[in-house]
Design a protein around this ligand. Structure first.
Ligand SMILES: *[C@@H]1O[C@H](CO)[C@@H](O)[C@H](O)[C@H]1NC(C)=O
Ligand SMILES: *[C@@H]1O[C@H](CO)[C@@H](O)[C@H](O)[C@H]1NC(C)=O
Ligand SMILES: *[C@@H]1O[C@H](CO)[C@@H](O)[C@H](O)[C@H]1NC(C)=O
Ligand SMILES: *[C@@H]1O[C@H](CO)[C@@H](O)[C@H](O)[C@H]1NC(C)=O
Length: 223
């Protein structure tokens, strides 16, 4: 009986280690905005369309876009928000440190929100590209660049934004300071050189909660 209990607790500890490794790995794996760009490109190349260049400047502006729309999440993952066109040049670009002469044309955008964080593949199919209209936007031949921004608000919804542009690779939406841009306090954007702060408290605390539960479980098993 004692033997069995010991075995069980060591198995539990192993399980906890595995769980912890998964959490730590997925955290270091990094930026869900980059993952979404990859998913977008996979979808395009599967339809024989060229890959889009991941533009950090455009990604940062996508994050600015959802910052502005944070109170406008309506039901069914739609964002009821229409920032004035001038906001791209007058608000988003300066806030990101995008050099104004390098600003390109936005050829499309997709915005979506949900009550909580969803993994990028599900965000793609359930929030962002869930109908014919958005799929045809995604596969438009005019695009050459893409940027993704995402952020979650405390107790509020989680937003994703994809911006497309027809700009020339590497010469549009250039960020000042050799691509550093202006540091975002919250959220993630694709191509960013800063670590991603998903803006979700739970994402940050999850590893600690798991360590604590593992510790308690193993303590209880030793009684
Ligand atoms: C967000 O929604 C409010 C209320 O419906 C509306 O007045 C406002 O214009 C919206 N914001 C944007 C940027 O569209
Ligand atoms: C593709 O995007 C461009 C620029 O936004 C637009 O003018 C054009 O109508 C779109 N094409 C299709 C097939 O939707
Ligand atoms: C592209 O994404 C759409 C929307 O999620 C999906 O219906 C379609 O099967 C995808 N196409 C490919 C080739 O993966
Ligand atoms: C754009 O910049 C990236 C990274 O610096 C580089 O790998 C890529 O070759 C460049 N693309 C073009 C078309 O200049």
């Amino acid at each position: 009986m004692l033997m069995r209990k010991k075995l069980c607790s060591s198995e539990l500890i192993l399980l906890c280690h595995l769980l912890l490794a998964t959490v730590v790995c997925s955290k270091h794996h990094g930026n869900p905005a980059n993952d979404l760009v990859e998913i977008i490109n996979q979808n395009r190349t599967a339809q024989k369309l060229p890959k889009l260049n991941d533009s950090p400047g455009l990604g940062c502006m996508a994050l600015q876009y959802v910052e502005l729309c944070k109170t406008n999440c309506s039901g069914n993952s739609a964002v009821n928000c229409k920032p004035p066109d001038d906001d791209f040049t007058e608000v988003f670009a300066p806030n990101c440190g995008v050099e104004l002469p390098t600003l390109g044309t936005i050829t499309g955008h997709i915005v979506g929100c949900q009550s909580k964080y969803t993994d990028p593949p599900l965000a793609f199919s359930n929030i962002l590209v869930k109908d014919k209209k958005t799929l045809s936007l995604l596969t438009n031949k005019s695009h050459s660049e893409v940027g993704v921004g995402l952020v979650g608000f405390h107790k509020g919804p989680f937003f994703w934004c994809v911006l497309f542009s027809n700009g020339k690779t590497n010469s549009t939406f250039v960020l000042e300071d050799r691509g550093q841009g202006i540091k975002q306090k919250k959220g993630c954007y694709s191509g960013s050189s800063f670590p991603c702060n998903a803006g979700e408290r739970t994402v940050v605390f999850l590893p600690y909660i798991i360590i604590l539960s593992c510790f308690i479980i193993s303590l209880l098993n030793q009684l």
